[in-house]
Design a binder for this molecule. Structure first.
Ligand code: NAD
Ligand code: LMR
Length: 383
């Protein structure tokens, strides 16, 4: 996670953590767009997540095959595939978390906003069904343009009388994942213990990584920070161009939503050995200052859906950057660090101290982000 933290660990705490996931409450997760480029690896990763008891895979085509395939994996959750409008209600009923990667991806030369005309309608109809069949679910929106699709979802839920601003999230985790990767590469520090908040929105200059708040901090030059900021903002485009017409980020996106302690379940026989290894690391790190206790050394990064499930289950101090209804700036929606709890958003953190460069970035992103938000609101209220 970008900044999960925890109280002091002892070895018995650690062992309890591993046991507790097996007896965690029943949770149904639905993936809408499950047969797509993101949907498939995401479904696989959610099948590996021990916090999930039911996994519901929905798409307009292709879900029977994906569901049959994923269902053979010998992990906790029961898998069911649903295809087409007629089965959407059944797919959604009883869901605790709905993940939406449905819609078209970019091709080279396109902006995320160029996807609006197709994806806005898809998101609107899916959210209408969510309001009807699982109005209490946490909804995590991946479909682009996130800066507009999240406000569309909010408006649809408001109209249906089911809107709870604590339960709607735009997934910006991939921006955090990229910021960490690029920063670690440039600063030549291990990426494992690194945290970098990313705020604003999820498109071009609206993506604002706060490298001045990176922990641990490295001394990079202003030029290096400028270049890293630009690379993070253009990370999606980098992948779109490299895929040359075959879509946008899918693998790094899926992990951004679903990452969990996958290794535990891939090789249960090795659990005790691995736990032993982790404990050794824990003891080693605690003997050299203890600050690694907060890092992904112990929990390999509970990323977004996983963070939502942990929050619902009452795990304390689950913090992720995500795009939510917010009052920390004058914009109605904004991504920043958010604490996740039993009812979704528990606390939205302020931006903290910004460098002059970041202050400038913040001011320049506001008009574009506001326009995208307003475009979504207008669309949702049109018909
Ligand atoms: P894809 O085309 O491979 O898959 C999309 C899937 O959505 C397809 O299987 C399609 O059948 C399905 N779909 C279309 N209409 C649907 C509907 N009405 N109901 C259910 N499913 C429907 O695309 P992808 O690469 O998986 O990307 C999906 C979306 O995610 C795109 O909009 C992309 O821009 C976005 N994305 C967001 C992030 C992020 O960080 N938030 C990252 C990567 C991609
Ligand atoms: C990303 O950041 O990779 C996604 O939003 C997909 C895209 O179009 O860039």
């Amino acid at each position: 996670s970008s900044s999960s933290s925890s109280s002091t660990y002892s070895s018995s705490h650690l062992l309890r953590r591993f046991h507790s996931s097996e007896s965690s409450p029943d949770r149904k997760v639905a993936v809408l767009g499950a047969a797509g480029g993101i949907g498939q690896p995401l479904s696989l990763l959610m099948k590996l997540n021990p916090l999930v008891s039911k996994l519901s895979l929905y798409d307009i085509a292709g879900t029977p095959g994906v569901a049959a395939d994923v269902s053979h994996i010998n992990t906790r959750s029961e898998v069911a595939g649903f295809m087409g409008d007629d089965q959407l209600g059944q797919a959604l009923e009883g869901s605790d978390v709905v993940i939406i990667p449905a819609g078209v991806p970019r091709k080279p030369g396109m902006t995320r906003d160029d996807l609006f005309n197709i994806n806005a309608g898809i998101v609107k109809s899916l959210c209408t069904a969510i309001a009807k069949y699982c109005p209490n679910a946490l909804v995590t929106m991946i479909s682009n343009p996130v800066n507009s699709t999240v406000p569309i979802a909010a408006e649809v839920f408001k109209k249906a009388g089911t809107y709870d601003e604590k339960k709607l999230f735009g997934v910006t985790t991939l921006d955090v994942v990229r910021a960490k990767t690029f920063y670690a590469g440039k600063a030549k520090v291990p990426v494992a213990g690194l945290n970098v908040p990313v705020v604003g929105g999820h498109a071009g200059i609206t993506i604002l990584p706060l490298f001045s708040q990176a922990t641990p901090k490295s001394n990079l030059s202003d030029e290096e920070i400028t270049a890293l900021t630009k690379r993070t903002q253009d990370g999606g485009t980098e992948v779109v161009e490299a895929k040359a017409g075959k879509g946008s980020a899918t693998l790094s996106m899926a992990i951004s939503v679903a990452k969990e302690r996958v290794w535990l379940f891939l090789d249960p026989l090795l659990q005790s050995v691995r736990i032993g290894y982790k404990l050794t690391k824990f003891l080693f790190y605690s003997s050299c200052g203890g600050h690694h206790l907060h890092g992904p050394t112990l929990y390999a990064g509970a990323i977004f859906a996983d963070a939502c499930l942990k929050g619902l289950n009452g795990v304390p101090d689950i913090v992720e950057c995500t795009f939510v209804q917010s009052t920390i700036t004058e914009l109605p929606f904004f991504a920043s660090k958010v604490k996740l709890g039993k009812n979704g958003v528990e606390e939205i953190y302020g931006l903290g101290p910004l460098s002059d460069f970041e202050k400038q970035g913040l001011e320049s992103l506001k008009p574009e982000l506001l326009a995208s938000i307003e475009k979504g609101i207008k669309f949702a209220n049109q018909s």
